[in-house]
Design a protein around this ligand. Structure first.
Ligand SMILES: O=C(O)C(=O)C[C@]1(C(=O)O)C=C[C@@H](O)C=C1
Length: 356
């Protein structure tokens, strides 16, 4: 077919697509009205998971699953913006990895509000200034983000979804590599790039700052003093820096898991994860007995962390992730059993155990 004819055909298909997208938007508007009337959550991760799985199974065309997911992420983002002026708080400033994780989960049509620290992300959601919040919880190289864990102890908020993001850090600056004397970055990023720093900049001063975007800003402002930053592409772009070296993290698969927090948790999808915290009585064997609850009911524990309780010295809170949903019979029974051995048990969410 000649090029002009093909383009004419594309124009016709686009017209059909647009009509269909608007027909979908009409239905989404109705869903929004029902949700408002019945006080249901606007964001429905369980529905999104089912929809994406169904589309992947149905798709026999030329488009790869990755592209279908990206297109539908934006279609659902537009839907969320239509149903309500959906607002998501994240650990800012703009350009941080958390910002990128939030966009990966909620797309470009909704509103975002950058917060200066973790506590403010929780507060914005608890005070209903934002519908949801996005915070990092653990990195595959550096481990737990303890600040986030601590905030769950007293928070009424629940986890409703997770996002996994591959973290590719680079060296960015506006000066040549030989002039670099100081490296700015977030402590987690220094941890993720520890060996690379030792190999390439053993003499440099390392200065920890609150975010990679802040680090990029300082690298731009203090270039004359030999400043550079470690962080992602978006932070470099925002502050007009050049990426002098990409992908400098010690592990190529370096990934951070982020959580979406809101007022309610998510219904079961068949592939879920449940996050709880507990503390045990100060008696011999009590931690072992508590953990045996999971073994007894054959519930897989995918993670355990401990943090000081901050109530009494040498008293700890344990954070555990379980495979399954809190409404699954085995998980529910294991939690009942756990309660018998603990001074405190708190469930803070069951959500789809997505791989991205
Ligand atoms: O089905 C819903 O509950 C909707 O709100 C619609 C829709 C969609 O676009 O399909 C939009 C957002 C939700 O997170 C899930 C699905």
């Amino acid at each position: 077919m000649p090029l002009d004819n093909i383009r004419k055909r594309i124009d016709e298909i686009d017209q059909q697509l647009l009509d269909l997208l608007n027909a979908r938007a009409d239905m989404v508007h109705e869903v929004g009205e029902i949700k408002k009337k019945e006080g249901l959550q606007i964001y429905a991760p369980e529905r999104e998971t089912a929809l994406l799985q169904r589309l992947a199974a149905m798709n026999h065309g030329r488009l790869p699953e990755k592209s279908i997911r990206a297109i539908y992420r934006e279609i659902m983002s537009a839907a969320l913006a239509l149903e309500d002026n959906l607002t998501v708080a994240y650990l800012g400033p703009e350009g941080t990895w958390t910002h990128q994780a939030a966009i990966k989960k909620f797309g470009h049509s909704i509103q975002y509000t950058a917060q200066p620290n973790f506590a403010d992300v929780f507060n914005q959601v608890a005070r209903r200034k934002a519908h949801y919040g996005v915070v990092p919880i653990e990195n595959s190289t550096e481990g737990a983000v303890s600040h986030t864990l601590d905030l769950f102890v007293d928070s009424p908020l629940q986890i409703c979804a997770q996002v996994l993001l591959r973290i590719e850090n680079g060296l960015m600056a506006s000066i040549p590599r030989e002039e670099i004397k100081t490296l700015y970055s977030h402590p987690q990023v220094f941890g993720q790039c520890r060996n690379w720093i030792l190999r390439h900049f053993p003499e440099a001063d390392l200065v920890e700052v609150s975010s990679t975007t802040k680090a990029a800003q300082l690298a731009a402002d203090k270039a004359a003093d030999g400043a550079a930053a470690l962080g992602g592409n978006l932070a470099a772009e925002l502050h007009g820096l050049t990426m002098l070296e990409e992908s400098i993290q010690d592990r190529a698969t370096n990934t951070t898991r982020f959580l979406v927090i809101g007022e309610k948790t998510c219904p079961a999808t068949g592939n879920d994860r449940t996050s709880i915290l507990f503390s045990v009585h100060d008696r011999p064997g009590s931690l072992v007995k508590a953990l045996q609850a999971f073994d007894k009911l054959n519930v897989n524990m995918s993670k355990i962390e401990s943090r000081p309780s901050k109530q009494r010295d040498w008293e700890y809170i344990f954070y555990v992730d379980l495979a399954g949903h809190c409404t699954d019979q085995d998980v529910a029974e294991a939690l009942d059993e756990l309660e018998k051995h603990c001074s405190l048990v708190k469930m803070f969410g069951s959500y789809p155990d997505t791989e991205e």
